[in-house]
Design a protein around this ligand. Structure first.
Ligand code: NAP
Length: 275
């Protein structure tokens, strides 16, 4: 079994991005919009700010009050779209329930949409033409490539169909010539399907849900899940890592697997907006 080391790969990508930055004639500038006071969002935005600083990317946070109206949010997005100094825009989710996040994503200029959530970019991904695709699944593809895991013609089972992980993950795998099955909470006989998989990508948010009996000998297992155990506060994935690992050819740990890839992929997208 080979452990897929996301920390190592993200550090390597970071060095490549630093090199790219040297040759840019225009400085990339990321605008992050955060609405309300979600504690986790604040941490994520701070991490993005820190990474931008390390890479020499301009970073501006627009922190809006939780009570703002949709038109205020749309107004800011339109202003940032028109601002030539802002090359990249990201709306940090979640946003308060009274706001329509899909309308907001739709308003972000597709060429500045570094999260790949604008329906135009979602459609382009479905057509195999994406410039910006969601960062976590793109990060998974980078890991597969880095470890020379050939997925062409392989049966890849994606568990989860969210807009940010499962669906774009399935599209990226299809675009790389894998044979893809997507499973979700209504899927019957999940284990029968996963047992036929050469590659399993799981993103469901359920600690240790994928057990050894669900995995074929020699399969590649990619665990996107990030779950905090209520008792120990330990962070674990969706895969029962200790029992699954010896059956796999490759597996990602949690933490230290897919997690570090998301932010570095985002940085790569931000740099693309200035290229
Ligand atoms: P989400 O929006 O809650 O979607 C979860 C998906 O899992 C849904 O499609 C759901 O099916 C499916 N599901 C739930 N229970 C299932 C079950 N028992 N069997 C099969 N499918 C099931 O979650 P998400 O945003 O995609 O995130 C998933 C996990 O990845 C979370 O732990 C999250 O923290 C983590 N994550 C990690 C990163 C990273 O950087 N590593 C980034 C994003 C998310 P239905 O559609 O039928 O409801």
């Amino acid at each position: 079994m080979t452990l897929i080391d996301g920390k190592y790969v993200s550090a390597k990508v970071k060095e490549e991005l630093k090199e790219k930055m040297i040759h840019l004639t225009r400085k990339p500038s990321l605008a992050v919009i955060r609405v309300g006071d979600d504690a986790a969002s604040k941490i994520y935005v701070n991490l993005k700010a820190k990474m931008c600083e390390e890479l020499g990317i301009n970073f501006t946070e627009y922190h809006l009050d939780a009570n703002i109206q949709q038109e205020d949010l749309m107004g800011l997005i339109h202003r940032l779209n028109a601002d030539e100094d802002t090359t990249a825009i990201l709306l940090q989710s979640p946003i308060p329930y009274h706001l329509n996040i899909l309308e907001a994503f739709k308003a972000i200029d597709p060429e500045k949409d570094v999260d790949g959530f604008n329906p135009i970019n979602v459609g382009k991904l479905a057509l195999g033409q994406a410039v910006f695709a969601p960062c976590t699944p793109v990060g998974v593809m980078t890991l597969l490539k880095e470890y020379n895991i050939d997925i062409e013609g392989k049966h890849c089972v994606v568990i989860g169909r969210s807009n940010i992980v499962g669906r774009p993950m399935a599209q990226l795998l299809i675009n790389s010539n894998a044979t893809v099955t997507v499973c979700h909470s209504k899927t019957k006989n999940l284990a029968e399907i996963t047992k036929t998989a050469d590659v399993v990508v799981v993103a469901i948010g359920k600690p240790h849900y994928i057990t050894a009996d669900m995995i074929k000998e020699g399969a590649v297992v990619i665990d996107v899940g990030i779950n905090r155990l209520p008792d120990s506060k330990k962070i674990v994935g969706d895969v029962d890592f200790e029992n699954v690992k010896d059956k796999c050819s490759f597996i990602t740990p949690v933490p230290g697997g897919v997690g570090p890839m998301t932010i570095i992929t985002l940085m790569g997208n931000v740099i693309k907006t200035a290229e």
